[in-house]
Design a protein around this ligand. Sequence first.
Ligand code: ATP
Ligand code: MN
Length: 478
Amino acid sequence: MGPLQIKDILQTAPDNQSVVVKGWVRTKRESKNAIFIALNDGSTIHNIQAVAEPGQFSAELLLTVTTGACLKITGQLIASQGSGQTVEVKISDIEVYGTADPEQYPLQPKKHSLEFLREIAHLRPRTNTFGAILRIRHALAFAVHQYFNEKGFFYLHTPVITASDAEGAGEMFRVTTLDLNNLPRTDDGAINFKEDFFGREANLTVSGQLEGELGAMALSKIYTFGPTFRAENSNTTRHLAEFWMIEPEMAFFELKDNMDLAEDFVKKVITYALVNCKDDLSFLQNRLAEEEKNKPQNERSLPLLEKLAFVVDNPFERLTYTEAIDILLKSKPHKEGKFQFPVGWGIDLSSEHERYLVEKHFKKPVILTNYPREIKSFYMKLDDDGKTVRAMDVLFPGIGEIIGGSQREENYDKLLGRVKEIGIDPENLWWYLETRKFGTAPHSGFGLGFERLVQFVTGMGNIRDVIPFPRYPKSAEF
Ligand code: ATP
Ligand code: MN
């Protein structure tokens, strides 16, 4: 089944056995006594070193062995003569699959800025940094499925195209097959969506939650893990127009159970990465340290592995929104007028407030609960005081909100009241409302932005660097 991967060859005991390695040249170095080729196939951050004798190959062939070229090397696996690796390949034959003209190939063995690499997203997976990120991203995705499978959840595929405009209207991407240059009109001049593909307006989903709830009302515990689309025109380091969201939804879970699950879940998937991605995490840790070496000591962040271990080993701080507002009102930056946005009960916390709580006050992940009903979604369960809802947001250092969730309103009349209150036509949500009419149950769920998790685990500052081909305003090139 294909050639051995470099990851496995590097673990093999050398015994002069013949091996074939295939991969891309990272560097070629020529000395008086030998020619060294470092080859990488993406299976690991480590390269395999292949060695030839001077004069063994024609100058013409060697000229084509440049950074980025793809080779098949045949040879013998031997104990490495040099330091830095235990095994190496003594080359007997080189086949060049594909050259990479050094005049044109943009990835040279030197440091490239992340901004530049974003412009060559088709090639950046071949860098050490992006190789590490993509392998960690894979490991985290695998850990997500493994976690839920072990906990008795079912993976529910919720639709990508939706016709319910209940959530996030305005920030949705429209889906249509209508001819934009020749739109069908009704008698009163409006666009006639009856003639559109679905016979009605349709959009890309902003969340699988509503359908997820339908699943939980039958299978008890489900999760979704799929692409999510938001046309929010925000050029932040934490927002993408296309991102992946993990949304568990559980019958018979109250808010406390929901918090317990969220905390355990995040800790377990981070632990999986710590155990299985050691080399890639160490590489990224060194990369970050390098980036921060010019900062004063007290402004440097914890080494990446320590930061992750800290999150895994310590309980998250849990408090209510009201308690958080009190802390903010008493805080130094508030008293000294250092916050850009005002603080007061009822405000939607801005990221400077969230970061103060997490990074300055508690210095650990925080779960905030019981937000004012006015700033949260209509489906969240009303608290007894009628003022707050059973919401929970999980806030992470450096990221801010990583999870948003709640206990859902299971009472038909209360939910219908909220739907009308915020101006949604109940007709559009008849199927959602019916779950509260037929066998309703207390239930809860949350949404975790997968890229924000990957950002946290890799320590990357910009969300555009933790997804292979990011989508953001004015950018969908690759
Ligand atoms: P924020 O306030 O940060 O914009 P939100 O409150 O709109 O997020 P939710 O609707 O609660 O987000 O979505 C659940 C989770 O999805 C968030 O906690 C976050 O991790 C992630 N998320 C939301 N919007 C984006 C986005 N545009 N890009 C990447 N992840 C996102
Ligand atoms: Mn949210």
